[in-house]
Design a binder for this molecule. Structure first.
Ligand SMILES: *Cc1c(COP(=O)(O)O)cnc(C)c1O
Ligand SMILES: [Zn+2]
Length: 395
């Protein structure tokens, strides 16, 4: 536990990602009150630099909460934890050798509570909202965000209302009900669910946990970045490959590397952030290659990878800026590519990847061929969840 003269957190203020207005971190905020863009959390990193020892934090037994001084909870008594974070990062030698990529790693987020990395974001967002007085939550979801919100709300003794498309994976619906959430099935995709959820949040006074419509889910996801750097001996990989839906993790991991640079925990410019999307729903791909800074709504979005079925990410501008600033790119893969890569990872490495996670390894060959990755580079692929929630196994 922190000593008396060390603050629990270096939390300082919130800043708008677009108009750069600043706001108190100790009032409950959704998006920027001035322009409606996502708010990001800022810490007093100059003080933190002189007071924090990265190895001391990494050596704690508290997984995600190892990094609590750089997370937004003031009183650790408000933390709703289920054992999130601290997931394995596995070197995939055999799989990498088959691609002539000797230094490829899988950060395996399937080990998190509720079987996906959504747990990290929800653990932090729910804990912080509870600290700021929230007792009832609403979240629109393509699948895993709902299950995670339901479990962390239950852990905090609060109520969750989850809005999901009718055809969301059955496992996700079941896990929400299991944790006592109200599940509302919506005729449409996640953005339709998002509109209804936002309206009900306003009418009923619930707090909306939608992707990037509150500042704290990104904070939970950024801990993936700290863990990657620590695992590599406080070094940034050359590339992080990320299956992108709403973009929380992409933005969070990049934010972690920016913070670690300011803290002098890592050198260099950080990893090139590469996004992978499904060819049936690729709004970020289209906008990136068109050279524009906003996405257009992708019509008739379809892919079996529910986490990638986001036809227009709310944080599009931030996602595109992250990709460009980091020197990354975006590629698309098909559902068949994802299935092949999924079974390849299973057979060659014994790694249980969800379709979204398998999209990242499916993209590697293409990225190599196009020169976006070079053979000797250190590449970290995010497996964002377990494959055990997918229909053929659950049924
Ligand atoms: C939500 C989700 C994604 C996409 O994550 P974003 O942060 O929204 O881009 C990828 N994979 C899985 C398994 C997910 O649940
Ligand atoms: Zn603003």
């Amino acid at each position: 536990m922190p000593t008396l003269n060390t603050p629990t957190t270096y939390l300082d203020h919130l800043a708008c990602s677009d108009c750069h207005s600043t706001f108190s971190a100790d009032a409950l905020h959704s998006t920027c009150p001035r322009c409606g863009s996502p708010l990001l959390v800022r810490y007093d990193l100059d003080t933190a630099r002189s007071e924090l020892d990265r190895d001391q934090l990494a050596a704690r037994p508290d997984r995600l909460w190892n990094w609590r001084e750089l997370l937004p909870i003031r009183d650790t008594g408000h933390i709703a934890d289920l054992g999130e974070g601290g997931t394995p990062m596995l070197r995939a030698r055999r799989f990498g050798a088959s691609l002539d990529l000797p230094d490829v790693w899988i950060k395996d987020e399937g080990f998190n509570p509720t079987g996906s990395f959504k747990a990290r974001g929800m653990a932090v967002a729910v804990s912080r909202a509870i600290e700021l007085g929230v007792r009832e939550f609403v979240v629109p979801t393509a699948g895993n965000a709902g299950g995670a919100a339901a479990h962390y709300a239950a852990r905090a003794g609060a109520q969750a209302h989850v809005y999901m498309p009718q055809d969301a994976p059955m496992a996700n619906r079941a896990e929400c009900e299991f944790a006592g959430a109200e599940v509302v099935l919506v005729d449409g995709l996640i953005n339709t669910a998002g509109h209804i959820a936002a309206q009900h949040a306003r009418e009923r006074g619930w707090f909306d946990l939608s992707t990037l419509k509150e500042p704290y889910r990104v904070e939970g996801k950024k801990t993936i970045g700290y863990e990657i750097a620590h695992r590599l001996g406080w070094r940034a990989p050359d590339v992080v490959v990320y299956p992108t839906g709403g973009g929380t993790g992409l933005i969070g991991i990049w934010k972690a590397f920016e913070e670690m640079r300011t803290l002098s925990w890592v050198d260099g410019r950080g990893p090139r952030m590469i996004a992978v999307q499904a060819d049936g729903c690729a709004p970020v791909y289209r906008a990136f290659h068109a050279g524009v800074d906003r996405c257009e709504l992708w019509p008739d979005a379809h892919t079996k990878a529910a986490g990638l079925r986001v036809p227009k990410p709310f944080a599009d501008k931030l996602i595109l800026a992250t990709l460009r600033e980091s020197g990354g790119t975006v590629v698309v893969v098909s559902d068949d590519d994802m299935r092949r890569a999924q079974s390849d990872l299973g057979r060659r490495e014994g790694i249980s990847a969800c379709l979204e996670g398998a999209a990242t390894t499916a993209a590697l060959e293409r990225l190599l061929r196009a020169g976006h990755i070079r053979s000797g580079e250190c590449v970290v692929c995010l497996n964002t969840g377990t494959h055990l929630k997918e229909p053929p196994i659950v049924q």
